[in-house]
Design a protein around this ligand. Structure first.
Ligand code: ADP
Length: 672
């Protein structure tokens, strides 16, 4: 449904009046054309005039809402027709012209009415029609000046019918009629129609001028809406009361006038007080609101001050820029870092602090950040640089944050000078490089040494074997044939030669781990243990040892080296025994990505302070007499385990036995 439009409603109301009046003429019903039996009638010509004005208003209101058509020509045409009738009638009075137009419609009925100028619109009607008609003619135009002129014309135009209506109410003939011509005035229906038309024209533009005042939700609007009807209606009512009182003989004229003055002034005083009180309250509320606002502004200023102070305390350079990248605030650290005075930075683009080569791309970065703002370090993974006033570039780290305020969105950039960190990092990089070089050199010399040990021990074996052979020959041939001392010497030579052979053999085995390694293959550890049992079968038998073995996994490794590892661990278990039956147990435990193999014995045990050093080369805890050995076995074990990507350690308690653990990866390992 269409919204209720006041101008349209006014136009239709006037059309209705016209229809009523015309039917009054058509069917000769007097009351329909004059409303009051003694009042002048609305003439047929006036009705035509009103009809064209109301239709023109209807057109204008349609143009305004812009729904049906926007062509103002019909509006102008209808207005001109009405103006023509009005001006023509006016001229008739001024130039005393003969009757013409006014008798065209219902001429006979009109003349039958009698009067001075039967059927002619009254001078009041003509004048009002010219004023309001011109206003309607101006209304389709959108110029403010013409609209204002229209309103003024309407206000002037409304006064005449209003005075006429007042005349009817107070039975004051001169207000509505031409002097001495009782049937020629403006009829009450015409007056009503003109007032309605004027209201319609004024409300065509509800957003400005008087119409806006009437509809406004302000104190002024409320006052107008409350007081105006009273101001208009009160005198009318009092007029009637006075006339009624006078006619019915209740009081005489002076009393009536005094009564009307008294009551009117009381009423207006009351109204004035009531509305002033209202206004006063509104003013007070406004003042409170204003005070509150002031207070709020002060609080905000304080908050801003706090924020500024905080900014100053920040250890980094803080720069705040708006969405266009214009700097709005900087702290003292910024001035220190970039060498600019504060005033030199406020109001300039942030790009001023960026080296030339980064400037072209920066606005795009800024836009990207504004489109998806969140706290983050700027240009992560990129080296960032700031540009000082002197043109020097400084390495910086920047973190960005958004600040949303009433004045819009801002970006807060915290800029940190990272020159020192950069230098430190550079130094660390350099010393790392030196360390790496040294480690490589060390590795190289180690390799050379190992190779040397390997070659030496390997090459020593042959002469040693021949010495050992000859010494043994000496012993076999000359034992008991020389004196006791010579026998003793020969025996010790044989022993030392054998010991030297073991030593050389072990050193060779140790150096072989790196120098003679085999590619990794899948090795079943139970097979390894079986092989070890074979190799050590004599010792096992001699020690009366029981060797228990769990179900062991298969691993990727160097089979001969794994045999060597197990042989050393089990061999030690047999060697470092107490005076009771030897028990060696080999078990396994699964971890996330490696196996933990343990070799437990019930031998003499090891004191905790030796747990570490027994894995070093030539580290022994016993003399050759108590337990013979070279101190290389566990060093070999550690090397083998390390080469397979694992660790080796021992847990033990002296007198109770030891348990050696080593780890080995579950998956295939790359050869070291
Ligand atoms: P070696 O057995 O030739 O002396 P190892 O490197 O195998 O050399 O062992 C180093 C030392 O660790 C040994 O001298 C011994 O004191 C101690 N040790 C090794 N295994 C055991 C064990 N199972 N029980 C007690 N002590 C051990």
């Amino acid at each position: 449904m269409r919204k209720f439009e006041l101008p349209t409603a006014c136009a239709w109301f006037v059309i209705l009046i016209c229809v009523i009046v015309l039917s009054g003429w058509q069917f000769d019903v007097v009351i329909l054309r004059r409303l009051l039996p003694w009042a002048p009638p609305t003439t047929p010509l006036t009705t035509v005039l009103l009809l064209s004005l109301s239709l023109a208003l209807l057109c204008s209101s349609r143009i305004k809402t812009g729904q049906k058509f926007t062509n103002p020509v019909p509006c102008y045409f209808l207005t001109l027709a009405a103006l023509f009738i009005a001006i023509w009638s006016g001229l008739q009075y001024v130039l005393n012209l003969r009757p013409g137009l006014e008798l065209l419609l219902y001429g006979q009925q009109v003349q039958a009415q009698g009067g001075l100028f039967p059927g002619r619109p009254s001078p009041h009607t003509a004048a009002t029609a010219i004023l309001i008609g011109t206003a309607i003619g101006l209304s389709p135009q959108m110029y403010e000046r013409s609209r204002r002129l229209g309103t003024i014309l309407c206000l002037l135009g409304i006064m005449i019918p209003w005075v006429a209506l007042f005349g009817y109410a107070s039975l004051t003939n001169p207000f509505y009629a031409v002097d001495n011509a009782p049937k020629t005035g403006m009829s009450p229906l015409t007056a009503l129609a003109f007032i309605t038309l004027a209201i319609g024209v004024i409300s065509l533009h509800p957003k400005d001028g008087l119409a806006a005042l009437f509809t406004a939700d302000t104190s002024a609007g409320r006052i107008v809406r409350r007081i105006l009807p009273v101001v208009i209606l009160a005198p009318l009512c009092f007029g009637w009361i006075i006339i009624y009182g006078r006619e019915s003989g209740m009081f005489d004229a002076p009393f009536g006038i005094a009564l009307s003055w008294g009551v009117t002034s009381l009423l207006f005083a009351g109204l004035l007080l009531w509305q002033s009180q209202n206004l006063h309250e509104v003013d007070q509320e406004r003042q409170w609101a204003f005070d509150e606002h002031e207070q709020l502004i002060k609080v905000m200023e304080k908050e801003k001050e706090k924020f500024r102070n905080l900014l100053e305390l920040a250890p980094d350079a803080m720069v705040i820029a708006d969405e266009q990248g214009i700097i709005t605030m900087v702290n003292v650290q910024t001035s220190k870092l970039f060498g600019y005075e504060r005033g030199e930075l406020i109001g300039v683009p942030v790009e001023k602090l960026i080296p030339d080569r980064f400037r072209p791309g920066h606005p795009a970065h800024r836009k990207k950040y504004h489109d998806a703002p969140h706290a983050r370090p700027m240009g992560s993974g990129m080296e960032l640089f700031g540009l000082t006033k002197t043109g020097q570039e400084i390495p910086v780290e920047v973190s960005l944050n958004t600040l949303t305020t009433d004045e819009g969105r801002f970006v807060l950039a915290a800029i940190r000078d990272v020159t020192l960190q950069k230098q430190a990092a550079e130094q660390i990089k350099q010393s790392n490089a030196t360390l790496k070089e040294q480690a490589e050199a060390l590795e190289k010399s180690n390799m050379e040494l190992q190779h040397f040990a390997y070659v030496v021990s390997h090459d020593l074996q042959t002469p040693l074997r021949s010495i050992s052979g000859f010494v043994q020959l000496l012993q076999q041939t000359y034992e008991g044939k020389l004196d006791e001392q010579a026998d003793g010497w020969i025996r010790r030579t044989v022993q030392n030669t054998q010991r030297m052979q073991t030593l050389i053999h072990d050193v060779l085995a140790y150096s072989r781990i790196e120098a003679r390694s085999n590619p990794f293959t899948s090795v079943a550890l139970n097979d390894v243990v079986n092989e070890v049992r074979d190799v050590l079968s004599d010792s096992i038998r001699e020690a009366g040892a029981v060797i228990e073995v769990d179900e062991l996994p298969a691993v990727m490794g160097d089979r001969p080296q794994l045999i060597q590892l197990m042989q050393n661990l089990v061999g030690n278990g047999l060697k470092y025994r107490r005076d009771e039956a030897v028990r060696v147990k080999i078990s396994v435990r699964a971890e996330k990505d490696h196996w933990v193999i343990s070799v437990r014995d019930n031998g003499i045990g090891i004191a905790p302070e030796h747990f570490q050093r027994i894995f070093d080369v030539f580290q022994r805890l016993h003399t050759q007499k108590t337990y013979p050995g070279t101190g290389i076995g566990l060093a070999i074990c550690r090397r083998v385990v390390n080469r397979h990507g694992g660790n080796i350690w021992v847990e033990s308690e002296p007198g109770k036995g030891s348990c050696f653990f080593f780890t080995i990866p579950k998956t295939e390992v790359t050869k070291l």
